[in-house]
Design a protein. Structure first.
Lengths: 281, 281, 281, 281
C-alpha cells in the first residue's frame, strides 16, 4: 500500500538557534521511501545523523532570526506482514535477544518498576502474547479518557494509570509501562498515521513478540484512532523523550504543525490483523 | 460488649524531649470508658488537651533523658448501633452538613483530587451507600497486597492505588481517598482492634452515610483483619498525619509497642452488620 | 484603617447544582465588618455555617439552571498589631499550645514530611523567629518565578520547591511546608488584598510565633505583591483545599471573578512591620 | 596504573531462572584488560552480548535451582588522560555530536525536564564547563546526606533534590539530571572503585565536555568517596535502570556481594585533575 505524506512546521525566533528535527520516516524492509524532500525556508545547511540502534533520522539546522519553516514530503510503500493475532505469542525472558532488554527497562515516562503489582493483578490472567497486549490496549481504551488539556509534557504512565485521561502520547506510555512490567519489551513509536482525524503526528507503540516467522516487533495503537497498517514510522525510542519531532534550543514561537497522509489509490478497510512492520531492528 | 485494653510504649532519649501521645480512647455515647489509667515511668507532669471538633485526646510530656515509658490501660463498653447494610444510603452533597465537608477535601495521604476518574470508572456503577463503600473495601482487599516493608511513612493513596501493597494505614488512606473522590465524606480512625492478630494499633476509616435513624459515621476495615464491632476508637482525622500515636520531638530509640485488647466475657462472632459507633461528631 | 471590598462571581449551569462559597470575611478583634451584604441573582435560599475552630464562614446555595451570580460587598476596619520584627521569636515545641499542632502536620499541598532535610540545610542557620520565616519568604521570592500557567490545581509544595514557578497559592504552600518542616506551625490564608494588581483573591499564610505580647499568628506574603496590613482575611486552613472561594458540585461554566478592595481615605505606605491580625484562634 | 579487581555474587533460587549480569569491565583505549575470568558454580552455559552503542558487556545464564554463584576477576591497566580542569569547557548545543543527544534526554531516575528552573537558578551563574559540573558535585556533596536506608530502588533525582539523602546511585542521578537540565550531556557509570571504603559496586557519572584535545566524556564522583583515576568502568547508561549488575528474572535470595579492587604497586594520591577515560564512544 502506498501513501503520500508529509508535514510543514513554522517558527519565529528572535535570534539564531539550533533545532533538532525527527520528522523523516525510517527506511527498512517493510517501509520503502520514494521522492523524499526536506526543504527549509529560508534555505540553511542541514546536518543529518541516523542512529544505528534505532534507525531514527535526526536533522539539525541553525535557524536564522525571524520566520523559519521546514517542509518534508515523501511517498512510501508500506508492506507490513499481517498475521493472525492468535498465532503471535510471548518470548520467554530466557530467550529474548539481549539487544532488546533495553526496552524492558523503566524510562522517564514509563515507570514499569512502579506498576508491577498493578499489571500482574489486572492483566496477569490474560493469555500471554498478542492477545494480552491487545487486552492492555482495550483496557486503556475503555478506562482512560482521550482528552486534550489534562496531561502535559511532564505527565507519565504513573500519573495516567490513576488520572485516567490523556492523549496518544499518554496512551502509548501507559501501554509500554504495563508491557514492560509483565516482561514484554515495548517501545514508543512516532508516526504519520493514516485515517487519524484530525491529521497530526501520532504516538503508538511496538511490543516484542513471537510470530509464525520468528520473533519481532508488533505495532499497537491503544487510542484505536488510526489504521495500524497505515502507520509510517518516524522514530522509535524508550519513550517520547527520544523522538520529539522538534527540539528547539532557545526561545521560539510556533504555529500548529500541518501534517498529512493520503493513500495512493483506494485503501482497504483498517486491518484487524496483527501488524508486523518487518523492520530489521 | 466490654473490653479490657491498653498499651505500653518504651523509649530511650539522650536528652529531655517533648512527646505528644494520642493513645487514650475517645469518650462518646457508644464508647464508655471505665478505670482508665495513664502512667509514666519515671513519673512526669502530664498536660492534656481534647480537640473539640474531633474528641481526640492528646497528651504532652517532657521525657527526661534515659529510659522512659508510658502505660495506658482501661475498660470500655462499646455499644455501636448495628444496622442492615442495605438500609444505609448516601447523603446527597446538597444535604451534607457543612461541618462534614472537611472530610471531603483531599489531604496529605488521601489525594482524592487525583483519583476522581479512577474512582468513577471503577466504582461509579455500584449502588450508592453502604454497599458502594463496602465494594471499595472489597476491591482494596482483593487488589492490594497486605505486606509490610513495601510502604513507609511517606506513602500515600496515590502511590498505593498503583503499587498495590501496604499495611492498614495504606488501606485506610486509599479507601478514604476513593470515598472523597465520589463525594462521600471519609475520615481516618486509629483504634485498639479486637481480634487483630498480632495485636497492634490499627487503622480503619469511617464514611458519612445515612442510616434508618439519620445521617452519621459508619466504620469500615478494608483489611478485614479486625472485628468492626470491636474497634475502640482513639483518634479521628483527615488522615494518619493527625493521629500519630506517638510524636517525639527529638532524637529517640524505641521498642516495638505492646498493645492488647481482650473481651470481658464471651464475644459473639465478628459482625457482618453495618457498624455505627454512635458518636456525636 | 478602613477598606471597601467585595467580589462578584457569575456562573452558568445546565441543571440545578449545589455551590459552597467561602467569600465572606472573618470577624474577630482585629477585623471588624460593617454593612455586609451577600446577594444572589436570581435570589435563592442561603444556608450558612461558621466553622468553630477556624472562624471560616461557609455559604451553601442550590443554584437554579441557567445564569447565576453571587455578589458580596462590605466595609471593614483592620486593626492589626504592628510589631518590630526582631521582637518576634519562635515558640519551642514544648510550649506550643496543643491546639496549634494541627498546623504542624503535613497536608495535601504542603508535604512538610518530605522537606525536612531541605528546610534544615537551607534555613537551619537563620535566627529562629520572625526573621527566619521572613527569610523563607525572601528565598521563595528570589528563587520561585511568579508565573501563571505553570502550576495547576494539583501542584503541591513538593513540586514547587524544584519546579520553581507558580502563583500566590503555590508560594503560600511552599512557605507553609518549609515552616512546618522546621517546627513552626503555619496555615493558609485566603484574603482580599489591598494593593494587589490586578485585583484578585489572594493567598498568603500565617506562622505561629511569639511577640512582645505573647504567642499568636503572624501574617506573611511571600509574593510581596500585597500590603500585609491590608489583607482582609476570608478563610484559614491547612492549605488551599480547605478554603476554595467557590466549590460547585456539578457541571458549570464561569466568568473570571471580579474582586475589589479600596482604602477609605488615604492609606499609609505598605508596612514593613510584623503584622499580627489579633485573631482569637 | 594497574589494578586487580573482581567480585563474587551468590544466590539461592527455588527453581531454574535466568539472570542477566553486567559485571565485566568495558574494554577501550584507556582501559585495557588482562587475565579476565568469569566462572559460575555450578558451571553453566554463558551467553554474552556487547551493546554496540555503549560497550556494555551483558552475560545471561540460566541458574539451576539451589545455590548459584558467579565470580569474576581480572587485571586492568587504566590510562586516562588527566587534564587541567580550567582547560575543559562546555560544548554548545549547536556543536554537540547528534550521537550524544541521547544523554540530554530525561530518563527514569533523572527527570531533567522537571529540574530546569532549579538548575538554572542554582548553577546558572557558574562558569560553564568542567568547573560548573564540579560545582554541581560540590553542591550535592554539601547538601545531600550520604546515608543508607533513606532511598530505595524507586528513588529518583526529583525526590533526592528535595529529600537530600541517598547513596552513590542517588548522587549520580541527581548530578546527571542537573547537567542535562543545563544542556550538558551526562550519563551514568557503574564501576569498580579504587579507595572506596567499604568496597562495593560504585556509581558515578560522565559529562560530555570539550578538553584541550577535543570533545569527550569526563568522569565525576559527587560522593567524593573514590579516586576518579581509579574507576574501572563496567557499564554506561541513561541511568541505573540500564546497568544493574544483576537482574534475576524470578524469585531469589542473595548474599551481600563481595567486591574488590587493589592497586598493583604503589598508587599515587587521588587525582585532582580532570579525568577523561579515553573511550571511543
Amino acid at each position: 500500500m502506498q501513501f503520500i505524506f508529509g508535514c510543514r512546521l513554522a517558527y519565529r525566533t528572535p535570534s539564531a538557534i539550533p533545532f533538532v528535527f525527527n520528522i523523516e520516516a525510517q527506511q527498512f524492509d517493510g517501509q520503502t521511501l520514494f521522492d523524499e524532500q526536506l526543504t527549509t525556508t529560508p534555505g540553511v545547511d542541514i546536518e543529518r545523523w541516523t542512529m544505528p540502534e534505532s534507525g531514527n533520522r535526526y536533522v539539525r539546522v541553525i535557524a536564522p532570526p525571524g520566520s523559519f519553516s521546514v517542509e518534508y514530503r515523501g511517498r512510501v510503500e508500506l508492506s507490513p506482514s499481517l498475521q493472525e493475532p492468535a498465532s503471535v505469542v510471548e518470548v520467554p525472558v530466557a530467550q529474548l535477544p539481549l539487544a532488546v532488554f533495553t526496552h524492558l527497562y523503566p524510562s522517564r515516562y514509563c515507570q514499569s518498576d512502579k506498576l508491577e503489582r498493578f499489571a500482574r493483578s489486572t492483566f496477569g490472567d490474560l493469555a500471554a502474547g498478542y492477545m494480552r497486549v491487545n487486552g492492555i490496549c482495550n483496557w486503556i481504551h475503555d478506562y482512560v479518557s482521550y482528552e486534550g488539556g489534562v496531561s502535559d509534557a511532564l505527565t507519565s504512565a504513573f500519573d495516567t494509570v490513576t488520572q485516567r485521561a490523556g492523549v496518544c502520547r499518554d496512551f502509548a506510555h501507559l501501554a509500554i509501562a504495563i508491557c514492560r512490567s509483565l516482561g514484554v519489551p515495548a517501545r514508543y513509536v512516532s508516526a504519520y498515521a493514516f485515517r487519524l482525524e484530525p491529521p497530526d503526528f501520532h504516538a503508538v507503540f511496538e511490543a516484542y513478540l513471537q510470530g509464525p516467522d520468528g520473533p519481532g516487533w508488533y505495532l499497537f495503537d491503544p487510542t484505536r484512532l488510526a489504521d495500524p497498517a497505515g502507520l509510517v514510522r518516524i522514530g522509535i525510542g524508550r519513550d517520547a523523550a527520544e523522538v520529539a519531532f522538534c527540539s528547539p534550543y532557545g526561545s521560539v514561537e510556533y504555529d500548529k504543525p500541518e501534517v498529512w497522509i493520503d493513500a495512493v489509490g483506494e485503501a482497504p478497510p483498517a486491518t484487524t490483523q496483527a501488524v508486523r512492520p518487518m523492520t530489521g531492528s
